[in-house]
Structures are given as structure tokens and as C-alpha cells.
Design a protein around this ligand. Structure first.
Ligand SMILES: Nc1nc2c(ncn2[C@@H]2O[C@H](COP(=O)(O)OP(=O)(O)OP(=O)(O)O)[C@@H](O)[C@H]2O)c(=O)[nH]1
Ligand SMILES: [Mg+2]
Ligand SMILES: [Zn+2]
Length: 257
């Protein structure tokens, strides 16, 4: 299933790692169709980028700053968004584009906080995809009052891999990472960590209860993406939410003023 996106197998599409060569198994099952697969993928991604440019043009024409918020399932995107809407209410006109495979559960959690909410369920016409692409975001944008917004927060589908491969028209990419996920994740799943402009290291309140090695995680993250801004946060205690909101406001433009 899937409208656009067959998951890359790693032999062609993800072959730009610089690390030492290793025997990573027999991928000969894919070689017969390798060139065709690369071409299909390139077409899909360039079509996506075209629509992403359309989205970006519409958003910029309306003075809307846009953040693509990504994470594994359950890292805390919606909880952080709730705190964000509460903190910035009255200061910034916020829209949320809520991406989920199914249900309005997260969109419902964000109601009543002054934000315009647009729900995109990928199982409703988008093949149940495990990420948002530019076309899905475009459909969600059509239900938002862009002229009345300063900031659009897109909650991507919870998935640590492919959301980072699809531009949707955003100005910046933010990643929520929960310390319950383990300190090696930047090394094992580098694509999203590399794509992120900011990494919110969430659930920091749980640090005393875990074996999590925070300095080790930060070093792993710095290896993969030395430029990423890092904000330690807890969506339970509210720690770090000020810094996160300041980062959002600093995305700048008259929109955030
Ligand atoms: N202890 C603790 N729990 C948190 C924190 N942030 C979120 N949670 C909990 O983690 C669970 C998942 O949080 P969500 O906000 O739904 O995570 P999500 O990233 O939106 O999940 P998906 O949309 O399903 O990908 C909930 O039970 C939250 O209460 C945090 O900072 N500390
Ligand atoms: Mg959520
Ligand atoms: Zn996907």
C-alpha cells in the first residue's frame, strides 16, 4: 500500500554514509530492479518538492512561518504542542496541521486553546502513509485560515524514519526526541536527526529513573548534526518550554512579532 512512497531498502537511496565499509547482508534481491527503483524514487521526490514549493509560496505570501515537527511515536509532540499553544496564546496566531494515520485523538487534544486546527488522516485518501508529504499538507492547508495566522505547527506522523525525507513547505524542522528512546538513536536513525534544526530532548523529568546516558546522547547527536540546537525539556513539568517557544518566536519575520 502507499500512494507514493515505497520504503527505500537502503542499498540505493540511503547509500551516502561515509563510515567504514561493512558487510551488511545480501541485497542481491533488489539489484535487478535497482536502476528503475532509483528513477521512481527520484520522480516521487521531485514531484513532492514541486508541491512543497507551492505550499511554501502560499505560506510565505500569507506571512506564515512553518515548522515541521517530527518524532518517533509517543515522544511527546502533542503534549509539547498543548503547552506551546497555552504559552503563546494571545501573542502569536497559531495554526496546527495535525498529521496522523488514523483518528482525531491528537487534534481533539489541541482544541480549545485558540489555535486553528486542520486534521490530515493519511488513511483517508492517502494510502495510510506513515509520514506527511507535501500533497497531504496541501490538502490540510486548504482548511486553514492562512491569512489570519502567524505560525503553523505541523505535527507529522509519529515515525523516526521517513517523515524527514519529505519536504512539505516548512521553514524549519524540529524534532522531539524522548530520553526513553536510548542514547544511540542518532547513530542508528541519522536521517531525521540530521534534518533537524532543533532537537527537543523531552521527558527529561524521567532522567533519575532511567539508565539514560545524557552526555553520551548529546555526543552522538553532535556527531550526526553538530549544528542542531538542543533544548532539554519536559512536557510534564514544563521545563524547557520557554526555550522552545523562544526558538519558535526567533524564526522571525514580522509574523512572529
Ligand atoms: N514523563 C513524561 N511524559 C511525557 C512527556 N511528554 C509526553 N509524555 C507522555 O508521553 C506519552 C506520549 O505523548 P504524546 O504527546 O501523545 O506523544 P506524540 O509524539 O504526540 O505521539 P504520536 O502522535 O502518537 O506520535 C503521553 O502519555 C504523554 O503524557 C514528558 O516530558 N515527560
Ligand atoms: Mg501526537
Ligand atoms: Zn513513510
Amino acid at each position: 500500500m502507499g500512494r507514493f512512497h515505497r520504503h527505500p531498502d537502503g542499498t540505493e537511496h540511503h547509500d551516502h554514509d561515509d563510515g567504514p565499509e561493512r558487510d551488511v547482508g545480501d541485497h542481491s534481491g533488489y539489484t535487478a530492479t535497482g536502476a528503475a527503483r532509483v528513477m521512481v524514487l527520484e520522480n516521487i521526490l521531485s514531484e513532492n518538492d514541486r508541491v512543497a514549493d507551492d505550499n511554501r509560496r502560499d505560506l510565505q505570501a500569507n506571512g506564515v512561518r512553518t515548522v515541521n515537527l517530527m518524532s518517533s511515536p509517543g515522544a511527546g509532540k502533542t503534549t509539547l504542542l498543548r503547552l506551546t499553544l497555552e504559552a503563546l496564546r494571545g501573542q502569536v496566531r497559531i495554526g496546527v496541521l495535525e498529521g496522523d494515520i488514523a483518528t482525531s485523538l491528537d487534534a481533539d487534544r489541541l482544541e480549545g486553546l485558540g489555535a486553528a486546527i486542520s486534521l490530515v488522516n493519511t488513511d483517508a485518501g492517502f494510502g495510510g502513509e506513515c509520514h506527511l508529504d507535501a500533497t497531504m499538507v496541501r490538502s490540510g492547508l486548504s482548511r486553514l485560515p492562512l491569512a489570519d495566522l502567524d505560525l503553523l505547527l505541523i505535527e507529522n506522523v509519529g515515525n523516526l524514519v521517513c517523515p524527514a525525507e519529505f519536504a512539505v513547505g516548512e521553514d524549519a524542522r524540529a524534532m522531539v526526541y524522548a530520553i526513553t528512546e536510548g542514547e544511540e538513536k542518532p547513530l542508528k536513525y541519522p536521517v531525521m536527526f540530521r534534518a533537524a534544526d532543533v532537537v527537543v530532548v523531552n521527558k527529561i523529568d524521567l532522567l533519575p529513573h532511567l539508565d539514560f546516558d545524557l552526555p553520551r546522547f548529546l555526543a552522538n547527536l553532535a556527531d550526526i548534526n553538530p549544528k542542531a540546537e538542543v533544548i532539554q525539556a519536559s512536557s510534564r513539568t514544563g521545563e524547557g518550554v520557554d526555550a522552545w517557544c523562544a526558538w519558535l518566536l526567533a524564526l522571525g519575520g514580522p509574523a512572529a512579532g
